[in-house]
Ligand binder design. Structure first.
Ligand SMILES: [Zn+2]
Length: 416
């Protein structure tokens, strides 16, 4: 058995794969990539990836959710290790979000295969469908995790009302087959994902590697504060039920609520607000706004939820407003496997790479996979923290470092 500890990725090949895939779906005016799930460009990307998997001598397969896999068979039938991410993009995307994790996973398996390494556990590269959310997000990983049902399949649509089912049929796939993509968690030992950080922490601290210990959960609310619309000139200041002033009070209290009820990993954002009726000479009668709250602990999220509710009720009372809210989404936080985290740390140290152990503030396929199997995630720095834009970039040297950590970790985890 060959000693894998000296095995390194081929950066030239990673570069070429990233730059070639970046041309698929690229708009030459704004330089952005438009490879949204199940568009023609996305399908072309899937075909390109399938060809690379076959060129590498890996076993190509596609499941019912059109997740693309490349498999390097192990010498035993012990549960396999999955490594992957996604190649679909948001509109006007950069070249690395998702794609990097898929290309790196492919390179790791390709390197092992060309060095004739036979792992004990089967290694499988997987590129998940619609992570970015044209049809809601994480469709591929949710299918694998068994979280899709026929009703959702029949109703999932994009912002233009195009049904996922129709798009899948247009490309020759039966949407109901996505139900067959569900895997038995007993057949999977780990899911690993390398991803760009999409935030400023690693870039600012000049560390090439981020090792994720927890992925944040979140809840989002729509909130309504209802007062009374009235004439801006004839209504004295002390006789108003000004809905906007309620929002202003609340916004001001957000940092205090996080300090008192949150953790240093808590985030809260009012990203969208509408003042109605929306006239310069009218006291606002209604504000509708969004609240996005994140933390890595379910208990903290619970406490924040109750603190925000109390604060809004108190403000509504004080300002003579009515308060209502509706929870729009909830995603549980997921802890990464302590064993995988330790292995990633150990391999980074052995490669002489400085790393930072950190939470992931963004949701990834790993979060969904983490609900059924132990997971691990590696981050590489995003220049200026930029992502979801053509400005998204990571230094090639950091990409090489992250890829080598992934290769060594896969080699180690597959030999148990
Ligand atoms: Zn992504």
């Amino acid at each position: 058995m060959l000693d894998c500890s000296t095995l390194k990725v081929n950066l030239k090949r990673i570069k070429s794969d990233i730059l070639t895939l970046a041309e698929i779906g690229q708009n030459h005016e704004d330089r952005g990539i438009y490879r949204m799930a199940f568009t023609d460009a996305d399908m072309e990307g899937k075909r390109w990836l399938s060809d690379r998997i076959e060129d590498a001598g890996l076993a190509l397969s596609t499941d019912g959710a059109v997740n693309i896999s490349g498999t390097l068979n192990g010498s035993t039938d012990q549960p396999r290790i999955l490594v992957g991410s996604h190649i679909d993009t948001v509109p006007c995307a950069g070249a690395l979000d998702g794609t990097l994790g898929v290309v790196v996973g492919l390179e790791c398996l390709r390197r092992m295969h060309e060095e004739k390494v036979v792992p004990q556990r089967t290694l499988e590269l997987i590129a998940f469908s619609d992570e970015e959310g044209r049809f809601g997000g994480m469709f591929g990983s949710q299918s694998v995790a068994g979280k899709i049902n026929p009703e959702r399949l029949a109703t999932m649509s994009d912002l233009d009302g195009v049904l996922l089912g129709d798009e899948m049929r247009r490309h020759g796939y039966d949407p109901l087959a996505a139900l067959d993509a569900a895997r038995d968690p007993e057949t999977i030992a780990n899911y690993l994902e390398l991803h760009i950080e999409q935030g400023p922490v690693l870039d600012r601290s000049h560390k090439p590697i981020g090792i994720v210990d927890e992925i944040t959960g979140l809840f989002t609310w729509s909130v309504w504060l209802r007062g009374e619309a009235n004439h801006a000139g004839t209504t004295p200041m002390d006789m108003r039920n000004d809905a906007f002033m309620g929002l202003a009070d609340f916004a001001h209290e957000v940092p205090r609520i996080l300090e008192e009820n949150g953790s240093d990993r808590s985030r809260a954002t009012i990203g969208k607000a509408q003042i109605l009726p929306g006239a310069a000479n009218t006291v606002p009668g209604l504000v509708e706004f969004s609240l996005d709250v994140r933390d890595t602990s379910e208990v903290v999220l619970e406490e924040l939820s109750s603190a925000f509710r109390k604060a809004l009720s108190a403000i509504a009372r004080r300002r003579n407003l009515m308060f209502e809210f509706e929870q729009k989404s909830y995603l549980s936080p997921v802890a990464c496997s302590a064993e995988v985290v330790q292995q990633l740390q150990k391999q980074s140290e052995q490669l002489g790479l400085d790393y930072h152990t950190m939470p992931s503030g963004a949701a990834h396929d790993a979060q969904i996979m983490g609900s059924i199997v132990p997971i691990g995630m590696v981050f590489v720095p995003s220049k200026n923290g930029q992502s979801h834009s053509p400005a998204e970039w990571t230094a090639w040297s950091d990409i090489e470092a992250g890829a080598n950590v992934m290769l060594q970790t896969l080699a180690k985890l597959s030999q148990r």
